[in-house]
Design a protein around this ligand. Structure first.
Ligand code: 4AD
Ligand code: MG
Length: 443
């Protein structure tokens, strides 16, 4: 057959894979990237993905023009193409449809695509993250992330929280001095990349009652654990008139909402990821357990883990604590020394602060850190001094206690850890498009 000029077929409707069910029997064009190809000399098969799905295009030699047939020889993995043909129903095909193709245009060749259909080491894949993003697993994870982010925004919007965008360049230390990225800021001295937007969200809570900030946050943590990034996304609600109990109730409602949404809308993605959704389902049906820090220490000691009261519950201790659990667990009222300066000192036991960590099951670690905030000016000032923080930088923050102070609480949920848990990935580095790790700033 002679080669038709695609421009001479301007009426050919361009469709996406997801639209195929509405176009059965019609001639269409479809654009995308080649995932797989094979040819027998008489017939060729191209698997094309276009962001909305994947479809197989079948090219019988006698149905295809000469130019398109020659083009098939130039096609490699991940080349971009336009396929023309008729949409056919086919029960055996993934998605139930196939294209009986008549024409092919190679838009962008892709010789020697670095990622081949074989095992590659994770460093190699991370070096090629800009290409690795196209892999079906990575596509699935990013789609789950998209849905999680959407759920987060919906949850707060539906509950009348006001979104407050907090600065990334800050003058005050949000969490702890040890993990700051620092830069010179003109004549103003040191500026830091925000570890949290919380202190600003607290100011806005006095204006709007309930607010949240949601953006990238930074920690210069030398940790190589599968739960740490140096740049990660955190959502931080802040609520006036809420105590620590109410804060945990809000966290539970929130996490349940996200998991429910992911199960409802990401069934295909979780299947691609081979995620056993059983443990996620239990999150929806049963209340999260709550345990004080002191009880948690006793519990892990009885499992034979050596730990002093006052230490963090990491590694062995956390493992022992979460063993056999399929739902997240709240650990509340931690020792003052283990936590940030702004947490409210517990009036019933001043060695502790009114706070909680929400620990995920299956080894995914701390999803949330939250607390009631110290609303007493003098106690807060003495905590700032105890921690050796520069007082001047917190003058504005202390103003919130000087002018109309109010009981309030809030928390931060890490997006990548949440996505890792829902997807069942081994490491948070796959749960953000371009991960920043201690040894990685590119691509
Ligand atoms: O417990 P964190 O440090 O709490 C705060 O930053 C508070 N200001 C939050 C608040 O009360 N508004 O961090 C909260 C969550 C953690 O539970 C974890 O999910 C995530 O942020 N996170 C990290 N995620 C990836 N990489 C890291 N290095 C992380 N550090 C914290
Ligand atoms: Mg924490």
């Amino acid at each position: 057959m002679p080669t038709p000029d695609p421009a001479a077929e301007p009426d050919l409707e361009r469709v996406r894979v997801e639209d195929l069910p509405d176009h059965v029997g019609r001639d269409v064009r479809l654009r995308g990237w080649v995932r797989h190809f094979r040819s027998s000399g008489k017939i060729a098969f191209l698997e094309v993905r276009d962001g909305s799905g994947e479809v197989q295009a079948v090219f019988p030699r006698d149905q295809v023009d000469d130019g398109s047939w020659e083009t098939l020889d130039e096609v490699h993995y991940e080349a971009s193409v336009e396929v023309r043909g008729t949409v056919e129903e086919d029960e055996r095909a993934p998605g139930g449809h196939e294209i009986s193709a008549t024409g092919l245009t190679l838009v962008g060749p892709s010789e020697d695509y670095p990622i081949q259909p074989k095992e590659h080491g994770v460093d190699f894949l991370l070096d090629h993250r800009h290409l690795w993003l196209r892999h079906p697993r990575q596509v699935a994870i990013m789609r789950v992330r998209n849905e999680v982010v959407r759920a987060i925004r919906d949850f707060y919007y539906e509950r009348d929280f006001v979104l407050i965008d907090t600065p990334i360049l800050t003058g005050s230390i949000g969490e702890e001095a040890g993990t700051l990225f620092e830069t010179e800021y003109f004549d103003e001295g040191a500026a830091y990349l925000a570890q949290t937007g919380q202190l600003y969200a607290e100011a806005a809570a006095a204006a709007h009652d309930r607010v949240y900030c949601f953006g990238p946050t930074f920690r210069a943590e030398k940790s190589k654990s599968p739960q740490h990034l140096t740049e990660f996304w955190m959502v931080e609600p802040e609520v006036a008139w809420l105590d620590s109990e109410g804060n945990m109730a809000l966290q539970e409602e929130f996490v349940t909402f996200i998991v429910k949404r992911a199960l409802e809308r990401c069934g295909d993605e979780l299947e691609t990821l081979e995620r056993d959704t059983g443990p996620l389902e239990t999150v929806l049906s049963e209340r999260f357990e709550r345990m004080s820090y002191t009880e948690a220490v006793e519990s892990v000691r009885s499992d034979g883990v050596e730990i002093e009261w006052g230490e963090d519950l990491r590694g062995e201790a956390e493992k022992a604590l979460m063993e056999g659990r399929s739902r997240p667990l709240f650990v509340y009222d931690w020792p003052k020394e283990a936590k940030a300066f702004y947490m409210k000192v517990n009036p019933e036991d001043p060695r502790t602060v009114k706070c909680d960590d929400l620990l995920a099951p299956e080894g995914y670690g701390e999803l949330i850190g939250g607390s009631q905030r110290e609303d007493d000016h003098d106690i807060l000032l003495s905590r700032i001094r105890e921690e050796g923080l520069p007082e001047e930088a917190y003058d504005w923050y202390l103003d919130l206690r000087r002018y109309g102070t109010f009981p309030h609480s809030g928390f931060g949920l890490g997006v990548e850890r949440t996505v890792a848990w829902i997807c069942g990935t081994e490491h948070v580095r796959e749960c953000i498009p371009f991960p920043r790790l201690t040894n990685r700033i590119e691509p």
